[in-house]
Design a protein around this ligand. Sequence first.
Ligand SMILES: [Zn+2]
Length: 199
Amino acid sequence: MNKSKEYNFEIEIIAEETPQVITNCHKCKKQTMFYCSDKFRVNAQQKNIDVWLIYKCAYCDSTWNSPVLSRLHVNKISRELHQKFMSNDRETAWEYAFQIEKLRKLCSRVNTDIKYRVASKQIKPEAGDITIKLISKYKFGLRLDKVLAEILGIPRPKLCQLAESGEILTNPQVSIKSKIKDDLKITIKALELGDTKLK
Ligand SMILES: [Zn+2]
C-alpha cells in the first residue's frame, strides 16, 4: 500500500441541545430537571450589573438562575457583551450553558448525555489510510471511543483492539477512552469504508 495516500476527513460534533441540570425546585418541592431557556436575566443597580442564565423546571416552569456575572462594574463589561446579554444571544447563552464544571458546583448534577450529531466532510479523497480531524465547539464529556465507534460503524471492543494493536493512532497521543478535544487527529490504518458514516 502506498503510505503517502490517505483519506482526510474533518468531522464536527454538533451539540443539538444544552446540558440539563438537576437542582431543587421550590414549587415541585424536590430535585427536578431544569433546562436552559437560552435567556439571560440582567439586573443593573447603580453602576453594578448582575447577569444570570435562566433555567426552567421541566415540570412546572419555575426558574433557576445560574449566575454569570455578579456585581460587576458597568465599565468592566464590553458594550458588545452587554448587548449580547440584553438580546439573549443564543451563542453566548450556550457558552455559559456548557460551562459544565462551574454548573456542577452550583447544582446537584449536570446531565451531559445530550443529543448531538456528527457532520463529516471529506477533504482529500484518495486511497489508503484515513485521517480524521475532530472539531467540537462545545465540550460535554463525549468519549472518543463512543464517537469513533459511531462514525466508523465498528463495535467499541473491536475499536479498542485496533487501538491496542496500533491500527488507530491519535495526534496528540491520547487514550481511545479519553474525552474528545478540539483538533484531535485520528489515523485509522487501511479500513474498509463500506459501513462507515464517512461520505
Ligand atoms: Zn418544578
